[in-house]
Write a protein that binds this ligand. Structure first.
Ligand code: ATP
Length: 234
């Protein structure tokens, strides 16, 4: 299997079809942005790839051939661990000795250096989301699934975290679920829209620079954003 992940099939919740047959193949590198209306099944696709329980019945084929990190919508932080403890949780659960310097660098990179020893209850929603992002980046996996990872962030911080993620996840396979056409226009090497009738591949006219998000104010990015918005409104 040359792809990093494959999802082929359809899903039901109870007797109701969630989406028509989908055929999604993720390459060995690059960002695929998945957009679509609320409740259509985007998180379900991520959870299927991650091998986790979903609320849906899936008939088809799911394959992955590399270690996965999933950042779910809910940051899922452990309340009695501080920021550093949460960022290094996965490594510690696996019985590894997490590299403190790497954790510190990532915590600084997400703008939380002065919060490293705070508990989640003392953080804002956006700060908690950045802890979850740092934890996902700390996992250092070749296949990374991000479910609305920047949704709680202000516009400036969101752009900064998009830049950081594009840089740190360069060369990985990333599947990003987002509701934000501007985000997809900055980050997508591929953009796919999921609707009840299945997946539609969106044309992405410009190549994304290596290890960088597209500039948020570039005319071609604004045009792609508008085009996506029109597609989502249709
Ligand atoms: N644990 C569950 N049990 C039953 N139904 C569920 C469960 N989780 C999700 N669903 C249903 O499955 C459908 C798809 O949910 P999913 O979270 O995949 O949608 P989504 O496209 O990611 O939505 P959003 O953009 O709002 O996050 C929804 O109708 C939801 O109500």
């Amino acid at each position: 299997m040359s792809a990093a992940a494959i999802v082929r099939g359809r899903a039901w919740v109870g007797d109701t079809a969630l989406f028509a047959p989908v055929d999604l193949e993720l390459g060995t590198t690059g960002w695929t942005c998945l957009l679509g209306p609320s409740g259509v099944g985007k998180s379900t696709i991520l959870r299927l790839i991650a091998g986790l329980e979903t609320g849906a019945r899936f008939e088809g084929r799911v394959e992955t051939n590399r270690p996965v990190a999933l950042m779910a919508q809910d940051p899922g932080l452990i309340g009695w661990l501080d920021v550093t403890g949460n960022v290094t949780l996965g490594a510690r659960l696996r019985g590894e000795n997490p590299d403190p310097a790497r954790a510190e660098t990532l915590i600084k990179a997400v703008g939380l250096a002065d919060r490293a020893h705070h508990l989640p209850s003392n953080l804002s929603g956006g700060q908690r989301q950045r802890v979850a992002l740092a934890r996902t980046l700390f996992e250092d996996r070749p296949l990374v699934l991000l479910d609305e990872p920047f949704s709680a962030l202000d516009a400036r911080t969101r752009a900064q975290m998009q830049d950081l993620s594009a840089h740190l996840l360069d060369g990985r396979t990333v599947l990003l679920v987002t509701h934000d056409p501007a985000e997809a226009a900055r980050l997508g090497d591929r953009i796919v829209l999921l609707r009840e009738d299945g997946l539609t591949e969106w044309s992405v006219p410009t190549r994304r620079p290596d290890a960088a998000a597209r500039p948020y104010d570039a005319p071609e990015v604004l045009a792609l954003q508008a085009d996506l918005m029109r597609g989502m409104m249709a």
